[in-house]
Write a protein that binds this ligand. Sequence first.
Ligand SMILES: C[S@@+](CC[C@H](N)C(=O)[O-])C[C@H]1O[C@@H](n2cnc3c(N)ncnc32)[C@H](O)[C@@H]1O
Length: 310
Amino acid sequence: MNSPHTSAVIFEALGHQLQFSQDPNSKHLGTTVWDASMVLVKFLEKNCRKGRFCPSKLKGRRAIELGAGCGVAGFGMALLGCDVVSTDQTEVLPLLMRNVERNISRIMQTNPDSDSLGSISVAELNWGDEGHIKALEPPFDYIVGTDVVYAEHLLEPLLQTMLALSGPKTTILMGYEIRSTNVHEQMLDLWKKNFELKVVPKSKMDAKYQHPSIQLFIMSLKSPEGCGREIDENPEGRTREIDETKIEKLERGKDEDDDSRGGIDEVSSHCGEKIKEDSITSLQTEKLSEWEARRFGSMAARLLRDVKMT
Ligand SMILES: C[S@@+](CC[C@H](N)C(=O)[O-])C[C@H]1O[C@@H](n2cnc3c(N)ncnc32)[C@H](O)[C@@H]1O
């Protein structure tokens, strides 16, 4: 868990300084900014100069964020030109609305000519609620969600919602931190049955905003014949097929793209992350960046929880 004790998170992304208010007094999960949302936005930042995430391709596209919380991931899509509907349960909407309004007005003040900025609105969406889904007029071009996979009972309603909001051309971008291998495996089974699924390699993520336990997925609906194969643009603009081996590596609990940081096995258990010696050295000798401080905070919280449990 991130530290919910601060009342605001300042996050530089896509040429803007964004500020997201949190509610330190709330017990609701949606009132904290979760790390996978920052990893997703920094991934977009790194890959938006050309290819499928560049503003000229996203301008005017309809995107929806599921379980938006403070709204970081949806904001990233709006900064790239999408018209975003940021959704969550009703209790979270006032904070989400405040974060959207404040960041939009700050951007308009500091950068009134920001022509790549799309729009962002807020709506209630309880996963599985057909009335809510219909009111949002699917299908969307993009569906985004970060850290929305954390409990077994939510997997099915989340899947049904993703399916109901998708059309044949929808791209789904999900990011999350693995906390339970059981939920993770069930989620992968469900998603692979329904979507073409690609795991984003660590090499495509921002060099700093990544972590071995945080995964990003890019998905699209399986074609009815089951023979549709998603293609993705590589950095040179040519197309290539999904690297299925990445998915297998993930299922085996290893991401060999990131050998230097250890495999998923090391971090997905509830026993806390392995602290590497070089991390400790940097803790002692250097001022921590905001991101490193968040990750160390998250690790400490987990260790404390485990100590309490045993
Ligand atoms: C762990 S938080 C992540 C928040 C945000 N996406 C982030 O990354 O910072 C999970 C979010 O999912 C939302 N959520 C959980 N169950 C939901 C449901 N059944 N319908 C809609 N949203 C739900 C919560 O309200 C919360 O905002």
